[in-house]
Write a protein that binds this ligand. Structure first.
Ligand code: NAP
Length: 303
């Protein structure tokens, strides 16, 4: 069965990933967009969510690609209008608002899917399986990328609720919380804020269980999205954001990386089964690091 879906917030990630994933999907047809400025060729375009919902009763699912702060109002409106909702990561600006959406979806018998695209990366399922019966003795996250490349001119990442370097860092945390066999909690953090910004451009985090992380948005040249794990029976390395997996130094055959197609397959399955998938574990670590972290100021940052 092919379902009609609307995409809201036609910006970088909608164009880069959502539109192509839906176009290649056997489950979904892109039936409308809602965006103040963005459109997709050949797809009916709206600038107002309420107008789209009112005039398209055949669209039963809405996928929200907006930044986290404006996303809640759109999600609440879509759920109140009886639509299933898919949220980009991180699923909200606060934990409480996502709990609220989860409760609203449950009370209306609708699906809410808080997506974590990096969990769908090719090497992640195998990493989780390999680690399941091992004892982790050390784990280190190195997540270093160039904010100017990945968020060109997107000032919202440095506004309150934009989460700064924890926006991409949430990808690492979504993998970490999925593959580690035991839960961990933040013990200390150092947060590095540009003098002219409200969110950190870099952070170092120490968790329980000898787990640590180094997140930096100032890396030019080669980008690093690695997680190195030592266990009582061998080592594991996740590289390239989860697309590549090494076990005891040997590169594994994990197949093609198809994160967004896999998210849309999962959404179709959740809707068909009347289920939701809302895991806030990665966001808990961000909230805790921001609560507990020592703040350090660095030079101003401008795009
Ligand atoms: P973006 O291009 O800056 O924003 C997406 C669209 O949201 C914009 O084009 C804008 O469309 C709409 N929007 C922005 N602010 C708004 C507001 N205050 N009210 C209403 N609409 C607003 O951001 P993005 O890079 O696509 O990121 C969006 C989400 O995807 C974030 O949560 C991000 O973490 C996630 N994500 C991004 C990437 C990446 O590489 N950039 C990768 C994976 C996931 P209109 O102006 O046309 O309304």
């Amino acid at each position: 069965m092919v379902r009609n879906i609307a995409l809201v917030g036609i910006g970088k990630i909608a164009r880069d990933q959502h539109v192509p994933a839906i176009a290649d999907s056997n489950d979904w047809q892109l039936a409308a967009t809602v965006s103040r400025a963005g459109t997709v060729d050949g797809v009916p375009a709206f600038t107002d969510l309420a107008a789209m919902l009112a005039t398209n009763p055949d669209i039963d699912t809405v996928s929200l690609c907006l930044p986290p702060v404006p996303r809640f109002d759109y999600a609440e409106e879509a759920l109140n209008a009886g639509r299933h909702v898919m949220l980009e990561k991180p699923p909200g600006a606060t934990l409480a608002e996502v709990h609220r959406l989860h409760d609203l979806a449950a009370s209306r018998g609708l699906t809410l899917f808080a997506t974590w695209h990096s969990r769908m990366a090719a090497g992640v399922a195998q990493a989780r399986e390999w680690l399941a019966d091992r004892t982790v003795t050390k784990c280190h996250i190195t997540w270093k990328e160039d904010v100017r490349h990945w968020h060109p001119g997107q000032d919202w990442v440095f506004e309150p609720g934009g989460m700064g370097v924890f926006d991409p860092g949430s990808n690492a945390l979504s993998i970490m919380t999925h593959i580690l066999p035991e839960p961990v909690h933040v013990r200390e953090a150092t947060l590095i804020f540009p003098e002219n910004r409200f969110t950190p451009i870099a952070a170092q985090v120490q968790w329980s269980g000898n787990v640590s992380g180094d997140f930096d948005w100032r890396q030019t040249g080669a980008q690093t999205w690695d997680i190195d794990v030592e266990t009582n029976r061998g080592t594991l390395k996740i590289a390239e954001g989860g697309a590549v997996l090494f076990i005891d130094g040997v590169k594994q055959d994990v197949g093609p990386n198809r994160e967004y197609p896999a998210l849309y397959e999962r959404m179709a399955d959740l809707v068909a089964r009347g289920k939701s998938d809302v895991d806030l574990a990665p966001m808990v670590h961000i909230a805790d690091a921001l609560t507990l972290g020592r703040r350090v100021w660095t030079e101003p940052f401008n795009f």
